[in-house]
Design a binder for this molecule. Structure first.
Ligand SMILES: Cc1cc2nc3c(=O)[nH]c(=O)nc-3n(C[C@H](O)[C@H](O)[C@H](O)COP(=O)(O)OP(=O)(O)OC[C@H]3O[C@@H](n4cnc5c(N)ncnc54)[C@H](O)[C@@H]3O)c2cc1C
Ligand SMILES: NC(=O)c1ccc[n+]([C@@H]2O[C@H](COP(=O)([O-])OP(=O)(O)OC[C@H]3O[C@@H](n4cnc5c(N)ncnc54)[C@H](OP(=O)(O)O)[C@@H]3O)[C@@H](O)[C@H]2O)c1
Length: 448
């Protein structure tokens, strides 16, 4: 009997999974039947931009959290697919911090090459996954066009549904009487909405940094960023500042822990996301915070209570596509019998060792090394093509330094070397701060 594998989600993680099975098929491996369930009408996950917010056209929670004018916040060389390089896709070197549309094009370039689309059932949401008495999995899904439900059996389940779509939305006193807009970054789409508005941005991580700067770039009024634990501490441009945590709002006045106040017109909460898997039965459901070593997973992939259930891309992310590839290759190899998942005790021992290391991490540089070590650990077991992982550590280090030097200009840097081809990235034709048109045409074609 052919084995069956259910893959939930056709974002970069699910696509990596389909892609590497196809690579094995090309080597002559007898690959199981693959069914990838995707609730949206296109692939690419978060990179598939939607203008919608709230509920989508089917009344489902809108998955998209990306916004217009979003550019990569890390050098593209650190997420390059080892078997499908930027040079191969674009035909010539491109700069290091591409806008969303350019990266979307790159992701689907590899997917088209291996024709993985044939495995994807679009507009189909997974509603429930449970184990059967014979050690298989019953997967119930719904066709969102027809509302028909179907239940099928699978031998393995791979959860690749992402974890940056269900917003964490805290409450602060006075919100209910605030006269302006309060939204989470998940619902932020276009910075021009906030032209001339005085903004309060909550949070001290990547969304807060990027949305604050982007709003200012597109003409907002002054931006105040409020932090809970530590400020980001960058040298902000004029009109952007960081203050301690909000205590409450009173009309348009925001009050902060240090006793200071600011007048504001809108509040954007960049307060992170929740890992949420309402479609997984309790005994299969990953429960974890957003951290580099997720709870409950052996090698960051296998659900230790039942390793025929695998989760992809569930870590906090410095490395993204490279990490997803490394995880997908190992998941594939466990399924086709090239990698043996050890017994529970051995899994726990391995988990505890990684967790102990994770708990000692102090700086972003430690985090980068930890995640690079994780990738190195995964790829050693598989035939993932060779690339210079140590070079990517250095590129991430350089990137951190560039951000500390100037948070506005770090995306203008050139000379990042590809870990796959050695190619050095050219400078972009326009500084990021002045580049208001983020279309692929302007970015790639006009940079020739
Ligand atoms: C605002 C923002 C900006 C980012 N910018 C960058 C960046 O610049 N560079 C970078 O490398 N990374 C960035 N990321 C990180 C991003 O998480 C990854 O790049 C990547 O998209 C994760 O891929 P994924 O496949 O794991 O998850 P996702 O991209 O979230 O894809 C998950 C897929 O699963 C589907 N799905 C979910 N539930 C179900 C269900 N029940 N049934 C069927 N299908 C389902 C979704 O529709 C979606 O298509 C950013 C994230 C955010 C939120
Ligand atoms: N391409 C881009 O430019 C871009 C732009 C945006 C996002 N992203 C990506 O999106 C992902 C998610 O990033 P994120 O910044 O949204 O989430 P995140 O990294 O999880 O950060 C969440 C932030 O919210 C704060 N927070 C949580 N609860 C709070 C509360 N009750 N009150 C005040 N602050 C609170 C946290 O503060 P503490 O420090 O106190 O915990 C933290 O600073 C990352 O992978 C990032 O790379 C990329």
């Amino acid at each position: 009997m052919t084995q069956r594998v259910a893959i939930i989600g056709a974002g970069p993680s699910g696509m990596a999974q389909l892609h590497c099975f196809e690579e094995a098929r090309k080597q002559g491996v007898d690959v199981p039947e693959l069914v990838c369930f995707e609730k949206q009408d296109n692939w690419g996950g978060l990179w598939n931009y939607t203008w919608r917010t709230g509920l989508d056209e089917h009344g489902e929670p809108c998955h998209g959290s990306m916004y217009r004018y979003l550019w990569s916040n890390g050098p593209k060389e650190c997420l390059e697919f080892a078997d499908y390089t930027f040079d191969e896709h674009f035909g010539r070197p491109i700069p290091s911090f591409p806008p969303r549309e350019v990266l979307f094009d790159y992701i689907i370039g590899r997917a088209k090459k291996n024709d993985i689309n044939r495995h994807i059932r679009y507009k189909t949401a997974v509603r429930w996954v449970e184990e059967t008495s014979n050690g298989k999995f019953r997967v119930t899904s719904e066709n969102l066009d027809t509302n028909d439900s179907s239940t099928e059996e699978f031998d393995y389940v791979i959860v690749a549904s992402g974890h940056f779509s269900i917003p964490n939305v805290p409450y602060y006193p006075g919100f209910e009487r605030f006269p302006g807009r309060i939204l989470h970054g998940h619902d932020f789409r276009d910075a021009l909405e906030f032209k001339d508005k005085r903004l309060l941005v909550m949070g001290s991580s990547y969304s807060a940094e990027d949305i604050a700067l982007q709003c200012r770039k597109y003409g907002s009024g002054p931006v105040t960023i409020t932090y809970r634990t530590n400020p980001m501490g960058f040298k902000w441009p004029d009109g952007v500042e960081e203050v301690p945590l909000l205590t409450h709002v009173d009309g348009n006045t925001a009050h902060f822990k240090d006793g200071s106040t600011r007048e504001i017109d809108a509040i954007i909460m960049c307060t992170g996301y929740l890992h949420s898997f309402p479609f997984m039965a309790e005994d299969l459901k990953l429960v974890t915070a957003n951290r580099l070593w997720s709870d409950g997973l052996y090698k960051g992939v296998f659900w230790m209570d039942n390793p025929k259930v695998m989760y992809l891309g569930m870590q906090d992310q410095y490395y993204t596509f490279t990490q997803f590839d490394a995880e997908a290759w190992l998941a594939r190899d466990a399924i086709i019998g090239r990698f043996e998942v050890p017994d529970r005790k051995a899994m726990q021992k391995d988990f505890d060792a990684w967790r102990a290391k994770e708990e000692k991490l102090e700086t972003p540089y430690d985090d980068i090394d930890f995640q690079a070590d994780h990738i190195a650990d995964l790829v050693q077991y598989t035939d993932y093509p060779e690339f210079d992982l140590d070079l990517t550590r250095k590129l991430f280090y350089d990137w951190e330094h560039h951000k500390d030097e100037n948070i506005v200009t770090y995306r203008d840097r050139a000379g990042f070397q590809s870990p796959c081809t050695g190619t050095e990235s050219p400078a972009h034709h326009t500084d990021w701060w002045r580049a208001l048109d983020d279309s692929m045409d302007t970015y790639v074609k006009q940079s020739a």
